[in-house]
Write a protein that binds this ligand. Sequence first.
Ligand code: ATP
Length: 355
Amino acid sequence: MGVSLSAGPRLASVVDKAPTVATLCSHSSLQIFHGARAEGLPTIGITVGKPARFYDAFPLARPDRFLSVRSIKEFERLTGELRETGAILVPHGSFVEYLGAEEFGRLDVPVFGNRAVLAWESDRRKERDWLESAGVSMPRLFEDPEEIHGPVIVKYYGAKGGKGFYLAKNRAALESFRPTGPYVIQEYVLGTRYYMHFFYSPLSDRGYRVGHGSLELLGMDRRDEANIDELYKLGAQEELLKAGIRPTFVVTGNVPVVLRESLLEKAFDTAARIVERSIELFGGMVGPFCVEGIMTEELEFKVFEISTRIVAGTNLFISGSPYSDLMAPGLSTGRRIAQEIRRARAEGRLNEVLS
Ligand code: ATP
């Protein structure tokens, strides 16, 4: 038996009803609804304002029902109805971002995954403690600029969505940096970025075993980041600045990638350490998460961030990926979430995947 997440009385609203998959209409919601439908689960799309018309264009991914609020601040008003319909909220980046991690963590509706992870992921220092204590290599942090001997990236606290970064080629270039708030200086890692879409199932007892469950790799992408990508990043910065343009890392799209097969062992080892440590620290991460890092030319993998829920890069693989095809044809992360809910329900183990 695995770890029971502290869902407590919240679970009462789902045990005797057919589970319904509910999420905010945005980000990866088409994939989540499509996956739930493929597994025979009913779906609810939550919208701020009127539902967007484009859902009508995708009959296999349109939610069965919409529930709408005028502003995200009114979300609380829906919780009674969501409980009555046996809804399970599936978090995604926009859902948690718009509502706020604290507010999301307080919602009185069952959530897929362990909501205790929110406190660890939303605070960059706690996230670093978690990953470093798991033995994962991360970009070095500089307390003292005297120690800088190469390129650095300056990140403001609370910077989100790739904005609020400053790049400096070296210590001298950092001297012209005029901070406008609290920040950290981090080693700028030169290499190739990979965003690896993992899934941890506490229910599964086969495959790549970690803890009481197993670890799956469902896909991999790289983000297209305006206006920095392909501008030969550091070199272009001065030219951009001359033109009055500050580099940003705002994500504008995603491209599929695969990793050299011999590097997969490193990828799994990194993800397994992160899961094992999460079990020790807060009862474990459950379901999809993304390990975001840079492979250097020495083939060292340095992790700059993890996202502990479905990421938008998985939208590339609604009909399967070069990795998920090796487990089950056509398996998306959205569908994998629905499978886990169905299995937990059938085996009376919802307390292990919901919180
Ligand atoms: P999001 O919330 O969209 O995930 P964020 O604002 O939390 O983004 P990060 O994910 O930390 O920011 O970084 C955004 C981008 O900056 C990365 O996708 C990567 O391209 C680049 N980046 C971050 N840290 C480093 C680093 N140490 N070295 C090189 N590039 C980095």
